[in-house]
Design a protein around this ligand. Structure first.
Ligand SMILES: [Zn+2]
Ligand SMILES: [Zn+2]
Length: 182
């Protein structure tokens, strides 16, 4: 692709996700496949890269800690300035420049993903989260409440704990020494 303003090129690529693409709690897993659609347009100052990409994102719900695994679609636009002064008019290095731009997309994709992913991911917009007392998932048990009194099942368990534990029977502990015959 030349530097003539107006030149345009569209392509799609699949790239491998780099590390640390997202947040600690929600990110595109390293090495997963990113489907990238890219349009490069030559303008006076450089090349304008416009595109969208879709990638899997994995994390956990900040309310109930359930795993979240869904695809995100992210749009981005970035202008790459021509860094070298164009003293040489038309060289064969344009292709090389294009290759470099593909590599340089990595920080752009990373920034775009950070903007697109929620910092507080939820498994569902109305996730009720966990019971603050026992940690049960409230989505599984919507009528979940804790009364003032101890649950009768727990009460009987505490009685069991208070009973003395009988000592273990030691009579069969020395089966191997069998020379106590009459
Ligand atoms: Zn949740
Ligand atoms: Zn509870």
């Amino acid at each position: 692709m030349g530097r003539k303003p107006g030149a345009e090129r569209n392509f799609t690529r699949t790239v491998e996700a780099p590390a640390e693409m997202g947040y600690d709690v929600y990110a595109v897993p390293e090495g997963s496949t990113i489907e990238l659609e890219l349009r490069l347009e030559a303008i006076m100052e450089g090349i304008l890269a416009t595109g969208t990409f879709s990638a899997p994102a994995a994390g956990e719900c900040v309310r109930c800690l359930d795993p979240i695994d869904e695809a995100v679609v992210v749009g981005f636009q970035e202008l790459y300035l021509y860094d070298a002064p164009s003293s040489q008019e038309e060289t064969d290095e344009e292709d090389h420049v294009l290759e470099d731009e593909l590599l340089d997309l990595e920080p752009v994709l990373r920034d775009a993903v950070v903007l697109a992913l929620p910092q507080n991911p939820l498994c569902a917009p109305d996730c009720p989260g966990l019971c603050p007392e026992c940690g049960a998932r409230l989505a599984d048990d919507p009528g979940h409440t804790h009364g003032e009194a101890i649950d009768p099942r727990w009460a009987s368990l505490s009685q069991l704990v208070e009973q003395p534990v009988p000592p273990a029977d030691q009579s069969e502990s020395d089966i191997s020494s069998d020379d106590s015959k009459e």
